[in-house]
Design a binder for this molecule. Structure first.
Ligand code: AMP
Ligand code: ZN
Length: 442
């Protein structure tokens, strides 16, 4: 890991703005957001219930708590235009969330909204040390998903040469890297691990590539996974967090210190709440992230319950930015598994197995009913070098993984070792859990 003594800022006055000035800026933007919200059917009703009929009800940031929460269900119920606050003719683009079930949620952008979004992504990318000498291969899904076009525009804004390669097709990705001397990648962490194992299989030597750094996001991953990708590819990996309800990428991003993600507070107001009581979490406590969008007029969204679990850092970052940092996302309130009464987040399993060097690029968590009990199986690929014909070392490895897991999650899992490349690899967000138990109560 490189140590930086000088940091690169896209907009230093904005990124290092004193906290009082930031609060004043947020208050002014919140008034605008409330005024836009009042032009949508959903918020006109919801705000009126709180006695809010104009932006004049907002005079300081403490008025935020008078605003209603917004949930995914609210957005779905408002599909397709219930959250649109400007005339349809002023909308120049839409994106939709990747939610796998039910009605999609759609976000609309005006021209100004798009340029503000691009500004946040550019700021994030530039803050990791990129500039116009870089060649940026955007190995993520384009289309309705925001990761493709969001990073594409941000990369261009920084002046990098952008290769819109999209996700998948590893052979073509290697060719592009070689032909154009790619220096920067963007992908899901699972695709980065996959591409590295393919490289080794196909004998692509990373010393012949010019890779320097990668942005990894769109799904949770552990610090060990980051370190593993960094060591295998010989690059710096930066965590990128965003969600379509808040534009997409460019909500929170790691700076060159790689110690927490700066959440851009001139674009979003973050809160951390306890999901059961909806009360603010204690200082530093992990809870549900709630975000208010301050940078979009076409689709204002107030106090959105992201379901993502994280907490604030107490200390300001040594890079000098004043925008608060959040911790790596631990998981979502809705992906917690309850196994024989014990709560378990998939991220707890990843933390353990990715620290074991024989473990390969991909894994799958399977939960089934075994009579009245739940049974947890962790299927994990093993590095090609480790996968030998002699089964004795494999059995020992399996036992070591099982014991380490059990010590950490207090559940005794079954462990299955698989050859590298045998688990399905998804182009978008990885599906890590297969839970075949009948739904509770049904
Ligand atoms: P989408 O709206 O389809 O872009 O999905 C957004 C969701 O992806 C977020 O609410 C998170 O649950 C997840 N996500 C995005 N970036 C990250 C990240 N860096 N770490 C963990 N989860 C992430
Ligand atoms: Zn920083």
């Amino acid at each position: 890991m490189t140590r930086h003594h000088t940091y690169q800022y896209w907009d230093k006055p904005l990124e290092t703005m004193p906290r009082e000035d930031l609060a004043a800026c947020q208050t002014a933007l919140l008034r605008k957001a409330v005024s836009a919200a009042l032009r949508t059917p959903f918020y006109r009703r919801a705000l009126a219930q709180q006695g809010i009929r104009s932006e004049d009800a907002i005079t300081s940031l403490s008025d935020l708590k008078r605003l209603p929460f917004t949930t995914k269900q609210d957005l779905r119920a408002g599909f397709p235009y219930g959250f649109l606050s400007i005339p349809r003719e002023q909308v120049v683009r839409l994106h939709a969330s990747s939610g796998t079930t039910g009605t999609p949620t759609t976000i609309y952008f005006s021209k100004e909204d798009l340029s503000r979004w691009t500004g946040f992504v550019a700021r994030s990318i530039y803050g990791t040390g990129c500039n116009n000498t870089d060649v940026f291969q955007n190995m993520i899904t384009y289309g309705l998903f925001t990761g493709g076009l969001g990073f594409h525009s941000g990369g261009e804004e920084v002046g990098m040469m952008v290769i819109p390669s999209g996700a998948g097709n590893t052979a073509r990705q290697f060719r592009l890297m070689q032909d154009f001397g790619t220096t920067v990648l963007h992908a899901t962490p699972s695709f980065l691990l996959h591409i590295e194992s393919k490289m080794r299989e196909e004998g692509v030597d990373r010393k012949n590539l010019r890779l320097k750094r990668a942005f990894a996001g769109a799904e949770p991953y552990s610090e060990d996974t980051r370190v593993r990708i960094e060591e295998l590819l010989g690059i710096d990996v930066y965590n990128s967090y965003g969600l379509s309800e808040m534009n997409g990428p460019g909500v929170a991003f790691e700076c060159q210190r790689k110690d927490g993600l700066h959440l851009w507070e001139d674009g979003f107001i973050p809160e951390i709440i306890r999901p059961d009581t909806l009360e603010p979490a204690a200082e530093g406590e992990i809870g549900e992230l709630v975000l208010t969008c301050l940078c979009r007029e076409a689709t204002p969204i107030l106090r959105y319950r992201t379901r993502d679990l994280t907490g604030f850092y107490g200390e300001p970052c040594k890079c000098g930015r004043s925008h608060r940092r959040i911790r790596r996302i631990k998981g979502r309130t809705d992906d917690m598994l309850i196994i024989n009464g014990v709560n378990l987040f998939p991220s707890q399993i990843e933390e353990v197995i990715m620290a074991i060097k024989e473990v390969g690029a991909n894994y799958l968590i399977v939960v089934e009913k075994d009579g009245a009990l739940d049974r947890l199986t962790v299927k994990t690929e093993v590095n090609t070098q480790t996968f030998m014909d002699d089964t004795r070392p494999l059995n020992a490895l399996k036992e070591r993984i099982r014991k380490t897991l059990q010590a950490s999650i207090t559940i005794n899992p079954k462990v299955e070792l698989l050859e590298s490349g045998s688990l399905p690899i998804s182009e978008g967000k990885a599906a890590r859990v297969l839970d075949s138990r009948p739904p509770a109560g049904g």
